[in-house]
Design a protein around this ligand. Structure first.
Ligand SMILES: [Zn+2]
Length: 230
């Protein structure tokens, strides 16, 4: 599990100054290029997580080893647009690949949106939280960068928020957003995760595996649509 970085006295002071002035609590604060202390803080935290996460995206687990700092996004687990007052909290930060971060965007990740204090309990979050949760408990990486499967409701929400169906759809050569297949995939995966009927589960799984074979993709998708009545 991830650990927040140990800050120098200078950076601690910067964070404490930030949190004592409510005027700072606006999302655009994060992008102030002219704020040297902020830039220093962001670089320090990003470097910390790059090493701590072994250059691996928290959500899709892809390892991307590049020196260029802009290849990675410093990711706010609770989006800074929703809770700007938490934007510098080490426990709310990690690094994510640009695709996962873009998919996740400003979606709410808190069970209770009105919480005053940043939670230290994994049950307070709707998605996998890299500081509190074990990834493999929630998501099965069947094949890295290709096929992911949620194991729990939290895993399912993470799969949905971060668009983890995108790899599989790309492999099957399907234009996900144009044809609505990302939505369809989510329905199928949800159905498989939630159904207790073993026969339904088996048919859905076999449809998914059929998709791996490009030649059968159209048929399989049609069958899938019929089966879940979309
Ligand atoms: Zn990713």
């Amino acid at each position: 599990m991830l650990k927040a970085p140990e800050l120098s006295d200078e950076l601690k002071e910067f964070c404490s100054d930030f949190s004592t002035d409510v005027n700072n609590f606006r999302p655009s604060y994060w992008d102030a290029e002219e704020n040297g202390d902020l830039q220093k803080y962001k670089k320090f935290v990003k470097d910390h997580y790059k090493v701590n996460q072994n250059y691996t995206c928290v959500y899709c687990r892809q390892r991307i080893v590049v020196e260029n700092n802009s290849a990675w996004d410093l990711e706010h687990i609770v989006p800074k647009n929703l809770r700007p007052e938490w934007m510098l909290l080490g426990n709310n930060l990690c690094i994510a690949c640009k695709d996962c971060n873009n998919h996740k965007s400003d979606k709410n990740t808190l069970v209770n949106k009105r919480l005053k204090k940043y939670p230290s309990n994994k049950d307070a979050f709707l998605i996998f939280h890299p500081h509190f949760d074990d990834y493999d408990t929630h998501i099965n990486v069947v094949s890295e960068g290709e096929f992911y499967f949620p194991r729990t409701n939290k895993g399912l929400k993470t799969y949905d928020y971060c668009g983890l169906s995108r790899f599989f759809l790309k492999l099957a050569d399907i234009n996900s957003s144009a044809d609505g297949y990302d939505f369809l995939m989510l329905k199928v995966v949800t159905e498989i995760t939630e159904t207790e009927d073993l026969n339904t589960r088996a048919s859905l799984l076999s449809l998914l595996s059929g998709l791996f074979n490009k030649a059968t993709k159209v048929n399989s998708m049609k069958q899938m649509e019929n089966l879940i009545g979309s």
